[in-house]
Design a protein around this ligand. Structure first.
Ligand SMILES: [Zn+2]
Ligand SMILES: [Zn+2]
Length: 396
C-alpha cells in the first residue's frame, strides 16, 4: 500500500471518530459520573460493549472468569491489532486515573477502524480489561489465552503531559496479617501479643530498608487494621504493601528483603505473620520502538507533537507491562491536566471530565486508530516491530 492510500484510510478513520465524537464524550462523562472500582465495572463494561455491538462489532462479554472483561472484534484474520480499554476507578477518588478516557478512546479507535477494516485487511479487537489499579486483570487475561494470536496491543493513558514512551515499574503486591493475642491493655498487658506493634516494627524496618535500595525502587503501603480499641491489646493487624522496581529482576531481589521486614515484626513480638503475594505481578513496561515511532507521527497529526528522544518519567505500574512482555505494545500518555496536578487525586479526577479530558478522548482515539492502520497495512513496520520485540525479549 502506498502512503497516499494509507493517509486516505487514516483520514477516513478520523472522520468516523469525529462523526461519533459527541457520543464518545458523553459516554466518557457517564463512566466518570458512575465510578466503579476493580472487578465491579459492570456498568462501564456493559456501556462499552453495547456501544461496540451496536456499531457492528462481534462482542463477547465475560472473559477469563471476569464478568466485566469483554472482547469486541471487527474484520477477520491476521494481522490482529488490539486496542485496550481500562475502566476501573479508585476507591474514594473516582476516576482520579482517568480510565474513563482510556475506555472511550479505545472504543472510539475501534469505531474508526471498523469503517475501513475491509480495506486494511486483518482485524481489530477492542478488549475490555478490568481491574488495572489492583489485581492486574490483564495478567488474568494473558493467563487465560485472551491475547493469543494478537500481533500488537496499544492503549493511551491520560496524564499531565503528552508522551509516547512510557516507563512503568514492575510491581508486586503483598498482603500482611499478624495474629497475636488479645488481652486487657492495662490489667494484663503481659498476657497479650501485640499484632499492631509487630506491624509498626515492620513499617519502621521498611523505612530503614528504603535507604539502601535503588533510588528508582519503591516500597509503600497502608495499615488496614490496627486494632479495635485502645484498651485491648490488638490481636490482629493487617496491611497492604506494594514493592516496585525498574526491572523485573530487581523486583525479585527486593521481595524477600521486604518480606524479611515483616518477619522481623513477628519475631520481635511473637505474633504470627502471614504473607500473601498477589500472583498477578505487574511487569515493567516494554515500549515497542517501531510502534512508538508510528504513534509519535500520528500523535503529531492530532496536534500533539512529542519530540524524540524522550526522557520518560517514571510512572506507577501497569498490567499493560505484562502485555508488552508477550507482544509488541505501547502505552503512551495524553495530557489532560497541568504538570502540578497529581495523578490519583480528586483534582485529576476533575480534569478527567473537563474540556481537556473530553478533547483527549477523540485525540487519543484518532492517534490509536491511525497507528493501527499503520500496523495493519505496513508489512515493513510489522517486521520491524517483531524484530524490536525479539530484541527486547533477549534483554534480561
Ligand atoms: Zn491508570
Ligand atoms: Zn492509576
Amino acid at each position: 500500500m502506498d502512503d497516499a492510500t494509507r493517509d486516505a484510510l487514516k483520514a477516513r478513520a478520523c472522520a468516523a471518530i469525529d462523526a461519533r465524537a459527541a457520543e464518545l464524550v458523553a459516554l466518557s462523562l457517564r463512566i466518570h459520573a458512575h465510578p466503579e472500582v476493580a472487578y465491579e465495572e459492570h456498568r462501564a463494561s456493559a456501556w462499552l460493549a453495547e456501544l461496540l455491538a451496536g456499531d457492528g462489532f462481534e462482542v463477547t462479554r465475560g472473559l477469563a472468569e471476569m464478568p466485566t472483561a469483554f472482547r469486541a472484534t471487527a474484520g477477520s484474520g491476521a494481522p490482529v491489532v488490539a486496542i485496550l480499554a481500562e475502566y476501573d476507578a479508585l476507591p474514594g477518588i473516582g476516576h482520579g486515573c482517568g480510565h474513563n478516557i482510556i475506555a472511550t478512546s479505545a472504543a472510539g479507535a475501534g469505531i474508526g477502524l471498523r469503517t475501513l477494516i475491509d480495506d486494511t485487511g486483518g482485524s481489530v479487537q477492542v478488549i475490555g480489561t478490568p481491574a488495572e489499579e489492583v489485581y492486574g486483570g490483564k495478567v488474568q487475561l494473558i493467563r487465560a489465552g485472551v491475547f493469543d494470536g494478537i500481533d500488537a496491543a496499544m492503549m493511551v493513558h491520560p496524564g499531565t503531559r503528552d508522551a509516547v514512551v512510557a516507563k512503568a515499574l514492575a510491581c508486586a503486591e503483598l498482603h500482611i496479617e499478624y495474629f497475636g493475642r488479645e488481652a486487657h491493655a492495662a490489667a494484663q498487658p503481659e498476657n497479650g501479643i501485640n499484632a499492631l506493634e509487630a506491624m509498626i516494627i515492620a513499617y519502621n524496618a521498611i523505612n530503614a530498608l528504603r535507604q539502601h535500595i535503588r533510588r528508582s525502587a519503591r516500597v509503600h503501603g497502608v495499615i488496614t487494621d490496627g486494632g479495635e480499641a485502645p484498651n485491648i491489646v490488638p490481636g490482629h493487624s493487617a496491611a497492604s504493601f506494594l514493592v516496585r522496581a525498574e526491572d523485573d529482576a530487581y523486583l525479585q531481589d527486593l521481595k524477600p528483603r521486604v518480606a524479611a521486614c515483616f518477619e522481623a515484626g513477628g519475631q520481635a513480638t511473637g505474633a504470627r505473620v502471614e504473607l500473601t503475594w498477589n500472583p498477578n505481578q505487574y511487569a515493567a513496561m516494554n515500549t515497542n520502538p517501531a510502534i512508538a515511532e508510528a504513534f509519535r507521527r500520528n500523535f503529531a497529526r492530532v496536534g500533539r507533537s512529542v519530540p524524540a528522544p524522550e526522557t520518560p518519567r517514571p510512572l506507577g505500574s501497569t498490567d499493560m507491562g505484562n502485555v508488552s512482555k508477550i507482544m509488541p505494545g505501547i502505552h503512551p500518555a495524553i495530557a489532560i491536566a497541568p504538570p502540578h496536578v497529581n495523578s490519583h487525586s480528586p483534582q485529576f479526577a476533575d480534569y478527567a471530565a473537563s474540556p481537556s479530558g473530553q478533547r483527549a478522548v477523540t485525540d487519543a482515539a484518532k492517534a490509536l486508530a491511525m497507528t493501527a492502520v499503520d500496523v495493519l497495512t505496513d508489512a515493513a513496520l510489522r517486521s520491524q516491530m517483531r524484530e524490536d520485540f525479539e530484541r527486547s525479549c533477549a534483554i534480561p
